[in-house]
Write a protein that binds this ligand. Structure first.
Ligand code: SAM
Length: 305
């Protein structure tokens, strides 16, 4: 079989005739494509990836059409205006209703399965609202659902709910192509505490922390293995992959974030996200509750004893 050289993917696509996708940027250890995943994924070679780590648009943020259609900035960014997070541009694909999100997810997860070696893993970020849709789509696409890894946020960085529980976690739904490969021996934690970058270090509205979150997740692939992130955003997964000695293939649809990711991937050692300055605390990832203003946490007085 004629396998294309890395960085130049030509493959019989699922559509009519072969599709060729030129990389937007590449190095010895990373390749970035700019385009829609449904155009790029079919052009990549089967069995070429050791693990998929995907942070798709959640299409979350409210129960009504009007709430879901709000801009990604309104849904996912809080903190004071003037914070750098407000400068990061909106991104597309976040307004699907739950059923179309599930169908769309099944499409790209099916392609991701074709690209992944037998025994390789997929990890898909989601929030509590889309957790059931994510595991449904993953199984419908043919993956074996194996669990959920928790990204636990420090309490000062998450959202209290009056009368209920802090919204303190996002999730990575974990699936495997067939059965877990056991030759590469690794034991990874099921819960990882990490704070998202804020202030000047924040390059994307829903940026995921490189360390220790992504640097742990990429270890699901063996050293030297290839990690695919179909929704690269600012390139955080690619930075983590390179820091951990894995290779990286990313896809991003917007000009802005493709540029940011390429810039970051070209200097990964300098680029993990960084510091938190005073007064820059920002909630990341989970959408704001439209009707629930954030409340300061006040511990309940303990009873008795
Ligand atoms: C949740 S963000 C990922 C953020 C990333 N994890 C980071 O740390 O910067 C999702 C990204 O997927 C991109 N995207 C949305 N729809 C896409 C599509 N159909 N094909 C490729 N990329 C897409 C968006 O532009 C956005 O940057």
């Amino acid at each position: 079989m004629n396998v294309p050289a890395p960085g130049h993917a030509t493959w019989p696509a699922t559509g009519p005739g072969p599709v060729t996708v030129e990389p937007y940027w590449s190095s010895d250890t990373a390749t970035l494509y700019k385009g829609d995943i449904l155009a790029v994924l079919p052009a990549l070679p089967a069995d070429s990836v050791d693990a998929v780590i995907a942070d798709p648009p959640y299409s979350s943020g409210g129960v009504s059409v009007a709430e879901r259609k709000r801009s990604t900035r309104t849904k996912y960014v809080s903190g004071s205006v003037g914070d750098i997070a407000h400068e990061n541009p909106d991104f597309p694909g976040d307004q699907r209703d739950q059923r179309s999100w599930t169908f769309w997810s099944t499409l790209w997860m099916s392609e991701a399965l074709r690209l992944t070696k037998p025994g390789g893993s997929i990890l898909v970020f989601t929030d509590w609202r889309q957790l059931p849709s994510t595991s449904d789509a993953m199984q419908a696409a043919g993956w074996t659902w194996r669990g959920v890894v928790n990204w636990v946020k420090p309490r000062g960085r998450s959202r209290p709910i009056r009368g209920g529980f802090w919204n303190q976690a996002e999730y990575c739904v974990w699936g495997v192509n067939g059965s877990i490969q056991k030759e590469y021996e690794v034991y990874l934690p099921g819960a990882i505490e990490a704070r998202a970058p804020v202030g000047a270090a924040r390059l994307h509205q829903t940026e995921k922390p490189v360390d220790p979150l992504l640097t742990t997740l990429v270890r699901v692939a063996p050293p030297g293995g290839v990690i695919l992130d179909p929704f690269a955003g600012s390139g955080s997964t690619g930075v983590a992959a390179q820091l951990q000695g894995r290779r990286f293939t990313g896809i991003e649809i917007t000009d802005h974030y493709a540029r940011v990711a390429a810039e970051r991937l070209s200097r990964p050692a300098l680029a993990p996200d960084a510091s938190v300055g005073p007064g820059q605390e920002t909630t990341v990832g989970e959408p704001d509750e439209p009707d629930e203003p954030a409340q300061l946490f006040v511990p309940e007085p303990r009873e008795g004893t």
